[in-house]
Design a protein around this ligand. Structure first.
Ligand code: ADP
Length: 469
């Protein structure tokens, strides 16, 4: 049943739910109406019985022998009407029938109602003949000073017929109403879900080549509209990622091609007219240089690919930042001294919970950039400090600085402010992208503070939970 239900279309299920709800409401409403009408009609009969009682009590009298007589020409009304419709019994206090006036033949009665048991006001419904229900009221009364019990009757046939008609009409109308509700529900559901069909058709047409297409969204504020909005936002993100991927592939191919072309060109020239051993040596030297550039590029690409491949948090260990900065300074000492630059480390003992290899990778790239972009004889500072529960590790140089409009872009892959100059300094345009990714995998972020004339500060901010000292 459950599987059958799940396999039905949404509009079919909605229509059935709608029909079921309508049926429930109709049943509840019908039952309520029936109860109210039955109560009203019953109360009306009881009211009539009280009037009958007063009427009849006033028309009773005792003759000389003490027998109860019904004087139809009483003060109230028409003899003929009263003779036909009056329906009553008069009982003595000791449960003896004194007078009976019934408008139907007593012979037809299955079982006459028994004598009154108590002398209090009492209402009851009895079935005198098959399908002949009467309402009875008995109540103590007085006939010229003698106390009696008077019982008055009223036929309930009319009331029962009215109630039966209500039930019949309801039973006949009920399936019709439920069927109409189901059809209506189906039509409404079909209409409401029509945008979904349009979305599905359009979504089917979207491929990696047509990611700029969007789902139709005629009403962004309703539920389907919100779904289309979310889907379109996802498509936009997907489109941006695809574009970035394509750009990255194109850039990577281009970057790989340049050293390869250079290698080939240098080789071809040397092969053609490289008889001189000194020229050949020079050629081999520049070929090795290009080879080195290729290796650097492939290494950087591999590093990025590896970091992209894992989304899990990096494995953290306690890292002594001061020791790490000293280690990096020692590593770059030779390179810096070639440009007569000084590398200084300022750090208290600060320990962080981080992936040491990734943190080191980020810092190496920042220091390498600082050395590359700063003039000879300048100073480069590595500073670690605790600030508002965070750990800041900064690399400060007095190089050319970076204009504010490039502060975001420099972290993009293959972006270089000055392509030719950067390339001639050995950069492949991936250093900062690697540093950014490495810091992010450590749960931190990297920011740059720089103006075009006052050097740059690249600051790695590690979150407070990374702090452990
Ligand atoms: P590259 O390998 O070219 O250095 P990066 O991703 O490391 O690539 O840096 C991107 C660009 O940011 C560089 O081309 C350079 O223009 C700029 N840049 C990076 N670090 C510095 C710095 N310390 N001073 C000035 N410019 C910098």
């Amino acid at each position: 049943m459950n599987a059958w239900w799940q396999r039905r279309s949404v509009r079919f299920r909605l229509a059935l739910w709608y029909a079921a709800a309508t049926a429930l409401v109709l049943i509840a409403f019908g039952w309520f109406v029936y109860e109210v009408i039955e109560h009203r009609l019953g109360a009306e009969i009881d009211r009539q019985l009280r009037i009958d009682f007063d009427l009849i009590e006033a028309q009773l009298s005792l003759d000389q022998e003490g027998t109860v007589r019904w004087n139809v020409r009483g003060s109230h009304g028409d003899e003929g009407f009263a003779r036909i419709s009056a329906w009553f019994e008069v009982w003595s206090d000791n449960r003896e029938l004194l007078l009976r006036h019934w408008p139907i033949l007593e012979a037809n009665i299955k079982e006459a109602p028994p004598a009154p048991q108590t002398s209090t006001l009492k209402f009851a419904t009895i079935e005198l003949e098959p399908a002949l229900f009467v309402r009875v009221m008995e109540r103590p009364g007085r006939v010229q000073g003698r106390s009696v019990i008077i019982r008055v009757f009223r036929d309930q046939t009319e009331m029962r017929r009215t109630l039966r008609e209500i039930v019949e009409v309801s039973v006949l109308g009920f399936p019709l109403a439920v069927a109409l509700a189901a059809i209506g529900g189906y039509l409404v559901a079909t209409r409401s879900l029509r945008p979904l069909d349009a979305m599905a058709r359009q979504a089917r047409r979207i491929t990696s080549e047509s990611l700029s297409k969007r789902l139709p969204n005629p009403n962004p504020s309703d539920e389907l509209g919100r779904l289309a909005t979310v889907f379109n936002e996802t498509l936009a993100r997907l489109e941006a990622s695809f574009a970035e991927l394509q750009r990255f592939t194109a850039d990577a191919s281009h970057e790989l091609r340049s050293p390869l072309t250079a290698l080939r060109a240098v080789g071809e020239v040397a092969l053609r007219d490289g008889d001189d051993p000194a020229t050949l040596r020079e050629t081999i030297g520049s070929m090795l240089e290009e080879g080195e550039r290729l290796t650097d590029l492939v290494d950087a690409l591999l590093t990025l690919a590896r970091m992209d491949a894992t989304n899990a948090d990096a494995a953290r260990e306690e890292v002594d930042v001061a020791a790490l900065l000293d280690e990096i300074r020692d590593q770059f000492q030779v390179l810096a001294s070639e440009k007569r630059q000084t590398l200084t480390v300022t750090s208290d003992f600060i320990a962080v919970q981080a992936d040491r290899t990734l943190l080191r990778l980020a810092l190496v790239n920042l220091v390498h950039n600082a050395i590359r972009h700063s003039p000879s004889g300048s100073q480069i500072s590595l500073i670690a400090a605790r600030r508002a529960g965070k750990i800041d590790v900064s690399v400060k140089d007095s190089g050319p600085g970076i204009a504010p409009e490039y502060h975001q872009k420099i972290f993009e892959r293959f972006f270089r402010v000055d392509k030719a100059r950067s390339r001639s300094r050995g950069g492949v345009g991936l250093g900062l992208a690697i540093a950014k990714r490495a810091v992010e995998r450590n749960g931190g972020q990297i920011v740059v503070e720089s103006n075009s004339d006052r050097g740059s500060v690249f600051r790695i901010e590690l979150p407070s939970w990374a702090t452990n000292a």
